[in-house]
Design a protein around this ligand. Structure first.
Ligand code: BGC
Length: 420
C-alpha cells in the first residue's frame, strides 16, 4: 500500500475564483459587451448575474470555512473600481474591504489578482491590451489597490495568464476583442509584460509607503507540450516554437528580470501538437489529446504528472517559492474530480519531497461560474451552483478536499482507493 503523503504545517489549501466569473452586476466590462454579441458565448450566456457573489460573498466565505479551507484567491473587477478613466469609486473599495474582512474573520488567507482577463469598456474602446498606456493604467490601478486593501492582504497576483489572454483575444479570436492576428498577439503580450513590471514596482512602492508586507507574482498558465508524432520533424519544430511563444516567452522574462516574489502556476493539461498549414487561425497547428487518455467534460486531457514535470522545470528557473494558483476540472457529475484532485495534490506533495518549495494549492474553482466563451455549461466547481435559485450544493469532492486540508495529508486509504 502507498505511504501517506503529508504537507508542511503552513501549506495553504484553498480555492480560486475571478471577479467577472462569479460576482455579477457589472455591465462596464469588455466581457459584458462581447457576451451580448450573437454567437460569442455558448448558449448566449452573459456574466450579468453569474453567481451573484457580489451579494452572497459572506455565504460563500462561510462555505469555504465550513469545508476546512484556509486560503482563497479572488480578483478585483477593474471596471467596478474605475468605471471611468481616472475615476475610482470609493464604494467599490469598501466592497472589496468587506470581502477581505469576511475572509479575515473566517481565518482564510486571501490572495488578490489585480487583473484577471476583463477590461473596463473605456479601455477596450481605446485598444485594450494594445493601448500604449496599458502599463501605466494598470500600474495606477494596482497601486490604488494596494493603498486601499494592502492592510488586509499580503499575497498579490499582478496579471492572470497573460499568454492565454493575448492568444484567446488576439490570435484565436474567441475572447474580446475577437481578433485573429499573430502580430497583435505578440504586441499584446509585450504590453502585458511591461504592465506587469510597472505593476510590480508600483505595488511594492505603495506597500513600502504604507508599511504593508507584500509579495507579488504572476499566475503563469503553463501546458505540457509534446509533438503528436515525435518522428515528424514539422511536429517537433512547431511544438518547440509554440512552447517558446506560449509557455516560455513571458514566464522566462519575468524569471530573468526577477519581478516576482513567488511563482504562481496555473496547470490544467497537456497538448499534443500537430503542425497544420491548413489552420493559420490557430497558429498553424492542431492540438490533440493522447489517444485513449482520460479527458474532462471539455475534452482536455487529465495528466497529473504534467504538474510535477512543470514544477521540476520552472521552480529552479524561477528561484522563488511556488504557489499552485489554479488547477481544476470541468466535471459536472463529479465522478472524475475526486481522483483528479488527489492525483494533482499527490504530485505537489511529491514535488515538495524532492525539495521544491511549494507553499500552497488553490483549486479552480470554489464553485461553478461563468466560464468565458463556454458560458455556464462548464462546471469547474467543488460546489455546484443552481443558477435558477443561486443555491450552492457542495459536491462530494469538496468534502474530500476539506478532509485532506484538515489532515494536511492524503492518507493511505484514499491513495489506494484512487489507485495511487
Ligand atoms: C483561467 C480561469 C478559467 C480556468 C478554466 C484559467 O485559464 O484563469 O479564469 O476559468 O482556466 O478554464
Amino acid at each position: 500500500m502507498s505511504a501517506e503523503l503529508g504537507f508542511p504545517e503552513d501549506f495553504l489549501f484553498g480555492t480560486a475564483t475571478s471577479a467577472t466569473q462569479v460576482e455579477g452586476h457589472c455591465e462596464d466590462t469588455d466581457w459584458s459587451a462581447f457576451a451580448r454579441e450573437p454567437g460569442r458565448v455558448r448558449g448566449g450566456a452573459t456574466p450579468r448575474i453569474a453567481c451573484d457573489h457580489v451579494h452572497r460573498f459572506r455565504e460563500d466565505v462561510k462555505l469555504q470555512q465550513a469545508l476546512g479551507l484556509g486560503a482563497h484567491r479572488l480578483s478585483l473587477e477593474w471596471a467596478r473600481v474605475e468605471p471611468r478613466a481616472g475615476e475610482f469609486d470609493p464604494a467599490a473599495w469598501d466592497h472589496y474591504r468587506a470581502v477581505l474582512g469576511a475572509h479575515r474573520d473566517a481565518g482564510i488567507v486571501p490572495m488578490i489578482t489585480v487583473h484577471h482577463f476583463s477590461l473596463p469598456r473605456w479601455l477596450s474602446a481605446r485598444g485594450g491590451l494594445l493601448h500604449q498606456d496599458l502599463p501605466a493604467l494598470l500600474a495606477r490601478f494596482a497601486e490604488r489597490a494596494v493603498e486601499a486593501l494592502g492592510d488586509l492582504c499580503t499575497l498579490w497576483i499582478t496579471i492572470n495568464e497573460p499568454n492565454v489572454l493575448a492568444a484567446h483575444g488576439h490570435l484565436l479570436g474567441v475572447w474580446p476583442p475577437g481578433h485573429h492576428s499573430l502580430l497583435e498577439m505578440g504586441r499584446a503580450l509585450r504590453n502585458l509584460l511591461r504592465a506587469h513590471e510597472a505593476m510590480f514596482r508600483a505595488m511594492h512602492d505603495a506597500a513600502a509607503r504604507k508599511g504593508h508586507a507584500l509579495q507579488a507574482g504572476v499566475a503563469h498558465h503553463l501546458r505540457v507540450l509534446e509533438p503528436e508524432a515525435p518522428g515528424r520533424a514539422a511536429d517537433r519544430v512547431w511544438t518547440a516554437l509554440y512552447g517558446r511563444v506560449f509557455n516560455d516567452w513571458f514566464t522566462q522574462a519575468v524569471c530573468a528580470q526577477q519581478t516576482q516574489d513567488f511563482f504562481g502556476l496555473n496547470y490544467y493539461t497537456r497538448d499534443l501538437v500537430r503542425f497544420s498549414p491548413a489552420h493559420p487561425g490557430e497558429g498553424f497547428m492542431v492540438r490533440k489529446v493522447q489517444p485513449g487518455a482520460e479527458v474532462n467534460d471539455l475534452g482536455w486531457e487529465i495528466y497529473p504528472e504534467g504538474l510535477g514535470r512543470l514544477l521540476d522545470v520552472w521552480a529552479p528557473r524561477a528561484g522563488v517559492p511556488v504557489y499552485i494558483t489554479e488547477n481544476g476540472i470541468d466535471d459536472a457529475d463529479d465522478d472524475q474530480r475526486p481522483r483528479f484532485l488527489v492525483r494533482h495534490l499527490a504530485e505537489v506533495a511529491r514535488a515538495i519531497r524532492r525539495g521544491i518549495d511549494v507553499r500552497g494549492y488553490l483549486h479552480w474553482s470554489l464553485m461553478d461560474n461563468f466560464e468565458w466563451a463556454e458560458g455556464y455549461a462548464a462546471r469547474f466547481g467543488l460546489v455546484e451552483v443552481d443558477y435558477a435559485t443561486q443555491e450552492r450544493r457542495p459536491r462530494p469532492s469538496a468534502a474530500l478536499y476539506g478532509r485532506i486540508a484538515r489532515a494536511r495529508a492524503i492518507d493511505r486509504e484514499t491513495l489506494a482507493a484512487l489507485g495511487e
